[in-house]
Design a protein around this ligand. Sequence first.
Ligand SMILES: [Zn+2]
Length: 302
Amino acid sequence: MALGATSAWGWGCEGHQMIALMTRSQLTPAASAAVDKLLKDNPISAELSRFCKDRPTDILADLSTWADDARKAENTGAWHYVDIPMSLRQIPASGTSVDQWCHEEGKPDSGCVTSAIHDQLAVLKDLTKSGSDRARALRYVVHFMEDLHQPLHDSDNNDQGGNCTTIHYLKDEKPANLHGIWDYRILQTEMARRKLTQGAFVAEIEAEFAPNRAKWAKEKFDPATWAWEGHLLAVKYTYGLLKPAIPVAEPGPAANCDAERTKVAALNIAIGDEYINQSLPAIREQLAHSAARLANLLNATL
Ligand SMILES: [Zn+2]
């Protein structure tokens, strides 16, 4: 699949749509109807090219990937992630704030995934705003709540969140990058090897995490803490399971992407079934948890 080589895409079409489908089934009838009305009354531009070719009939799932398609036109690339440095291996005693990695003053697309969630949620709640502004805000809130749960959207090893890496993936001839592997490759591999349709995969994950629902429904809305959660998963699984390991970079200005790719290529890292099987439980839980949190948020908001 041809993805922008250095774009922080945030789950592929599969992951984004699956989270949205799981979210839909947890919406109250009122919130579900409000989502549909807002999105249907304020359609996106018909000219916008949609990357995901398998378009789900559920409008919430379909529009969950809109923010990736619109990122260039809207100049909102920075809103999809927050770069917590890989050198931080635990939550600091100072707390879970991610502000120091969030705002780059003077940049037109300043901000990060956590600030974007807060800012867009404020627009969505503001009934004095136009329907089109609130629909756009809803599309952003949905997408960023999903991106937030992809560990590489909360982590960076001076490699653009794993984009500037060169890693062998299964028997692929062409090397992949770690970001793409977590966005969509592992999910696609799992669906292909078990011949799972998207609907069957969604049903399986929903059943697996149904016992967590009551506990998750009581969680306080806290994107910064959730970013740290994702970051720690990147420490433990995404980077932690690589053999050999990629050396942990000291925080600093981002390395030259090509140089970083060459450096990592020399390590000859291969991801095989063992890595995939150890990562999948965490990925499945992130998909389910993202949906539960997004549903809680929309039920409380709309
Ligand atoms: Zn994204």
